[in-house]
Design a protein around this ligand. Structure first.
Ligand code: DON
Length: 304
């Protein structure tokens, strides 16, 4: 019998109402087709369901942050990473220039300043190119296929990355990492430019929800305690300043990106992803948030 799930996903997508604007501070993203729309679910047994334009690829942007955080935790241990980057919601915009006044650490690894510091913790003694390749390989293991960088998005973002450079210099000024800040921003921008589709994202989310084992390739990508740490931070910080609304209305660990992707990971059960480029004023995909609200209600996904 054919599964009813793809038709259900199609219905949810069609019921969403678009609004907001595509991200324009990265020139290449401003050129994206705003009407693209797709969704996918990956179940614990590795079965993947998709609907809409599932072949369309887009840059992963901030959705890379939890996975690079996982690589940094895996390589350095939870304690060492916690000494450099906190786990508290910042209550500020994703690109805010702030450090915890007491500890001088970025508040968490999901805001840009924390993600830049996190990127520096992958292969800290390697070159910029080695670090970028380690990140590309690591995220590919989460996705179960070799991901590639979108050079146009990379060039476009790096040419206007003044804000991220200032954040990297701020962290460097308090010894939050040891490398050249320009190289860290270069690598971080490459990380954000990796191309994915919704099925990749659903598998990546399910790998976190599956205690670090990719449900399709069966590869253990990170330890179970690393996956738990990442999901915990997503629960409190994943949707920026809208995380409180998200947790009450959707109720699962999640992450959004300015490319228009949103992922959600329900431990032990499902990894979900939606792609729609128009964003609300905190930077979350408008249709993505609506689709997740439906998933949560219809499938009883709320954790509580
Ligand atoms: O660093 C940036 O600004 C982008 N590469 C990523 C920001 C992002 O995706 C924020 N998400 N909603």
């Amino acid at each position: 019998m054919r599964s009813p799930i793809p038709a259900y996903l199609e219905e949810v997508l069609n019921d969403t109402v678009d609004g907001g604007e595509v991200a324009s501070y990265i020139p290449e993203l401003a050129r994206a087709n705003p009407d693209r729309l797709s969704a996918a679910l990956c179940m614990a047994d590795g079965t993947i369901y998709g609907a809409g334009e599932v072949e369309t690829r887009f840059s992963i942007q901030s959705i890379s942050k939890p996975f690079v955080y996982a690589l940094a935790l895996q390589e350095n241990g939870v304690q060492a990473v916690m000494e450099r980057i906190g786990v508290e919601p910042s209550g500020e915009t994703f690109n805010s220039a702030s450090l915890d006044p007491k500890t001088q650490r970025p508040d968490n690894p999901m805001v840009n300043i924390g993600a830049i510091a996190t990127h520096a913790l992958v292969m800290p003694d390697g070159t910029c190119a080695e670090r970028s390749e380690a990140v590309r390989r690591g995220l590919s293991a989460f996705a179960g296929r070799q991901l590639q960088i979108d050079q146009a998005v990379y060039s476009s973002e790096i040419s206007t990355a003044f804000r991220n450079h200032s954040l990297a210099y701020l962290v460097r000024s308090v010894d939050g990492f040891e490398q050249d800040p320009r190289e860290i921003v270069e690598g971080y921008t490459r990380q954000c430019s990796l191309l994915v589709d919704v099925r990749d994202l659903a598998v990546m989310a399910m790998t976190l929800a599956n205690s670090g084992v990719n449900p399709v390739t069966k590869e253990r990508v990170v330890h179970a305690d690393v996956a738990q740490q990442v999901l915990s931070v997503l629960t409190t910080c994943g949707m920026y300043d809208a995380t409180g609304d998200w947790m009450t209305q959707v109720g699962i660990p999640a992450k959004s990106g300015v490319g228009g992707g949103v992922i959600g990971a329900l431990p032990g059960q499902v990894g979900a992803a939606v792609f729609s480029p128009r964003l609300d004023d905190v930077g979350n995909s408008v249709r993505g948030v609506q689709a997740f609200e439906r998933f949560s209600k219809d499938m009883g996904m709320h954790l509580l």
